[in-house]
Structures are given as structure tokens and as C-alpha cells.
Design a protein around this ligand. Structure first.
Ligand code: SF4
Length: 300
């Protein structure tokens, strides 16, 4: 009973998203909504204005967390991109987290633009305050798709900002979104993305497949004929092209609900196995069955 009352006292606003690999982390709201809020395919924070959590709310939530998990090792800051906060604010946030949970590492979502306004020296300092493991919705390395989807950055921006994280010693996880370029463009999207990602050193590459919900601009574009969704078999070909051209040593996770059959492994060791599994899927599961699967996804 007390647990329930305490959880209800925590300051979560709107939908809470976290990556699957942060399942073991304690969640702490640092911001609400997204500073950008313009990606065409996104319906994650509908109608929610960006807001920074006041320190009083953060302290109150940390008191509750400390009561139940005094030895928590990792906090994941919720909100679409808390790393948009200034260097000073992030520093203050980290210090406050450590007042309550001294051994905690801190993860969060970040946009590429959130890294841009921080120097490598500041990033190094943030690393020393516990920030490590930024999840970045890079989505694609294809400039045409980035522009069409209003992502707000170019492939070169992704390259430059991720290299800054590498220089600062901050691990990061990036996302590839299959199908985003639309019907007929999967191969172009895969090749450009593999080329960009291969120049980086992400700790994890997470693969998600485009799944549209009412509320996103792209959902409306499909309805009025301005965008044609990529067929499922094309997405599988795209994913094979993407993985086949990746040169990274990294973990590949394609196991969210948006991936009809979960795939994961370490690259390059598991590349051939993964490609064989995808090929088998392409041969054995029909387009209609895969489309039915996607239509039945209710939430990511
Ligand atoms: S995809 Fe991420 S950055 Fe883009 S609008 Fe949605 S939450 Fe914001």
C-alpha cells in the first residue's frame, strides 16, 4: 500500500519511454516531452509541451527512490531528451542524484543537437559525474531521409557529435529505423546508414522498424497519399543490406516489438548467422502475414 502511494507521488508526466536495455535502471523524470517535437514519424509525446523538472520535484523523487533502492547502480532520466539541458544544469542534476544514490551511473536519451552545444571538455566532465550510455535516436544516415523526416540534423552532424562523445569517453547507443525512407528507398537508406554507422563506435546499434500511429504527421501523409509505407519484405532486404555493410564491432539488437522476429548478436562474429536468419524469414513468412503483425502492434 505504501509502495503504491509513494509511486503515485513521483512526478511522471505523460507517456514514459525508455530503451529495452535500460529495463534494470531506476527511472527519474528530468524533463517532460521533447525540445524538437517535429520528427514526422513520431507520436511518442502527443500534445505535451517540453518542460524541465524543477529541482524540488527531482529531490522529492530521489527521496522515494532512495527509500526503496538505496543501492541503485543506474538511473535513467526520462523525457525525450534531457541531455538538451545545459552543462551546468546537468552537472547540478548529477550532483543531486549522487547526494541520494552515491554509486549511480546516469543514462538518458539525447538528440544529436543536444551534444552540439557542449564541448569535449564539458562532456568529459559530465562523464566524470556519472553520465554514460546516451541513447540517441539517430534513425538513419541518409541525408535525404533525415531532411524529409524533419529530424533536425544531417549525417555529418551525427558523425561529428558522436565522435565528440567518443573523445570524451561517453558510451552511446544509436538507432537504425528500417522502412523510414519509404517504399523503394530501403536500399539507399541502408547503404548510407551503414556507411555512417561504420565510421562510429556505438556500444549498441538498436534496430527498430517504422510503425506508424495516429498522431504522427507521417500517419497523415500515408492517409492522403503523400508517403508510401515500405513493404515488409523490402524492410527485411534493407536490414540485410544494412547489416551486411556494417563494419562495426558492436552489439546489434533488433528485438523490440517492431521487429516481427527478434534478432540480436555481436558484430562481426554473428553477422553471417543473423543474415541467414533474416534470409530464412524473408523466404518463409509472407508479406501479408508480416503486414498483419505490424497492423496489430498497439504500442512500441
Ligand atoms: S523522434 Fe525523438 S527527437 Fe524526434 S520528435 Fe520524437 S521524441 Fe522528439
Amino acid at each position: 500500500m505504501r509502495i503504491r502511494m509513494d509511486i503515485e507521488k513521483m512526478h511522471f508526466t505523460g507517456p514514459i519511454w525508455r530503451p529495452p536495455y535500460e529495463a534494470g535502471s531506476v527511472l527519474l523524470q528530468a524533463t517532460v516531452g521533447c525540445t524538437h517535437h517535429r520528427c514526422k514519424f513520431c507520436s511518442l509525446y502527443p500534445g505535451i509541451e517540453f518542460r524541465v523538472s524543477p529541482m524540488s520535484e527531482i529531490v522529492s523523487d530521489l527521496e522515494i527512490i532512495r527509500h526503496y533502492q538505496p543501492r541503485a547502480r543506474r538511473v535513467f532520466l526520462t523525457g525525450a531528451n534531457p541531455f538538451a539541458l545545459s552543462f551546468d544544469r546537468l552537472k547540478e542534476l548529477a550532483m543531486t542524484v549522487h547526494d541520494y544514490l552515491p554509486r549511480c551511473r546516469i543514462g538518458t536519451f539525447s538528440r544529436i543537437s543536444d551534444i552540439k552545444n557542449k564541448t569535449v571538455e564539458q562532456l568529459k566532465e559530465l562523464r566524470s559525474y556519472g553520465f554514460n550510455g546516451l541513447s540517441i535516436g539517430t534513425e538513419t544516415g541518409d541525408d535525404m531521409t533525415l531532411a524529409e523526416m524533419n529530424k533536425g540534423n544531417t549525417a555529418q552532424d551525427t558523425f561529428e557529435q558522436c565522435r565528440k562523445l567518443e573523445e570524451a569517453g561517453i558510451e552511446y547507443y544509436i538507432v537504425y529505423l528500417t522502412g523510414l525512407a519509404g517504399k523503394g528507398n530501403g536500399r539507399r537508406n541502408a547503404l548510407a546508414s551503414a556507411k555512417l554507422f561504420s565510421r562510429l563506435k556505438p556500444y549498441i546499434i538498436s534496430v527498430v522498424s517504422l510503425t506508424l500511429f495516429p498522431g504522427s504527421e507521417l500517419y497523415g501523409d500515408v492517409a492522403n497519399g503523400n508517403y508510401t509505407v515500405s513493404p515488409e519484405h523490402e524492410r527485411l532486404e534493407e536490414l540485410m543490406t544494412f547489416i551486411g555493410n556494417l563494419e562495426n564491432r558492436t552489439t546489434l539488437l533488433a528485438d523490440t516489438v517492431s521487429n516481427p522476429v527478434p534478432i540480436n548478436g555481436f558484430l562481426p562474429e554473428d553477422k553471417n548467422r543473423i543474415l541467414a536468419e533474416l534470409r530464412k524469414m524473408r523466404e518463409n513468412i509472407g508479406e501479408a502475414e508480416l503486414q498483419t503483425y505490424r497492423r496489430n502492434i498497439r504500442s512500441l
